[in-house]
Design a binder for this molecule. Structure first.
Ligand code: HEM
Length: 159
C-alpha cells in the first residue's frame, strides 16, 4: 500500500493567493500600529508580496522569492541587519500576524497552527538577533530555510 501523500504547508495554507492575503492584511495592521509603523515606514510597495513569496517558498511552495523576486536567504536577512528590533516589537509583530491569520480564515487545525507558530517564532527571533549585528551572518549562497509539519507529522486525518 502506498503511503498517503502529505501536503506541504504551502498547499495546506491555500497557496500564494492566501499568503498574499495574509501579508496584505498584516502590513495594513502594521501601518496602523504605534510600535511597528515607524519600523516599517520605508518599506517598498512590494514588501507584503515579497514576504508572502518568502514564506511560501519556505513552506514548500514555488521559488517565487528566489526566482521571481531575485531574493535569497542572505538578502532577506540583510533587510534586518542594523535595524535594532526589540523583543517588544517582535511580540507585537507575531501577534498581528496571528490575528491576520485568524481574520482571513487560514486553516486553524492544531497541526497547521503548530507548524505556523513554530516557524514564526523561529524566524522572528532570528530577525531580532540579526537586527542587532552590523554584518550579515548569512552567506549569499546559503540555501533557503525549509519548514514542515514537525512533530505532529502532518495534517489531521480523521480515522
Ligand atoms: C519569520 C519572520 C520574518 C520573515 C520571514 C521576514 C521576512 C522579511 C523579508 C522577506 C523582507 C524583505 C522584503 C522585501 O524584499 O521588500 C523583510 C524585511 C524587513 N523585515 Fe522582516 N521578516 C521576519 C520577521 C521580522 C520581524 C519580527 C520584524 C520586526 C519586528 C521585521 C522587520 C523587517 C523590516 C524593518 C524590514 C525592512 C523593511 C524595509 O524595506 O524598510 N521582520 N522581512
Amino acid at each position: 500500500m502506498n503511503a498517503p501523500l502529505i501536503p506541504t504547508l504551502y498547499t495546506w495554507a491555500g497557496e500564494n493567493d492566501r499568503l498574499e492575503q495574509l501579508t496584505n492584511l498584516f502590513y495594513k495592521k502594521v501601518n496602523e500600529d504605534v510600535l511597528l509603523a515607524p519600523v516599517f515606514r520605508s518599506m517598498s510597495p512590494d514588501h507584503a508580496q515579497h514576504v508572502a513569496h518568502f514564506i511560501g517558498e519556505v513552506f514548500g511552495g514555488p521559488a517565487l522569492y528566489t526566482q521571481t523576486d531575485g531574493g535569497s536567504h542572505a538578502r532577506m536577512v540583510e533587510h534586518h541587519v542594523g535595524k535594532h528590533l526589540t523583543e517588544t516589537q517582535r511580540r507585537r509583530w507575531l501577534g498581528l500576524l496571528l490575528d491576520s491569520a485568524d481574520e482571513i480564515g487560514l486553516p486553524d487545525d492544531p497541526e497547521f497552527r503548530s507548524a505556523l507558530v513554530g516557524y514564526l517564532e523561529w524566524g522572528s527571533r532570528l530577525a531580532v538577533l540579526n537586527s542587532n549585528v552590523s554584518e550579515n551572518p548569512v552567506q549569499e549562497n546559503a540555501p533557503m530555510p525549509a519548514w514542515g509539519w514537525g512533530e505532529t507529522g502532518g495534517p489531521y486525518v480523521p480515522n
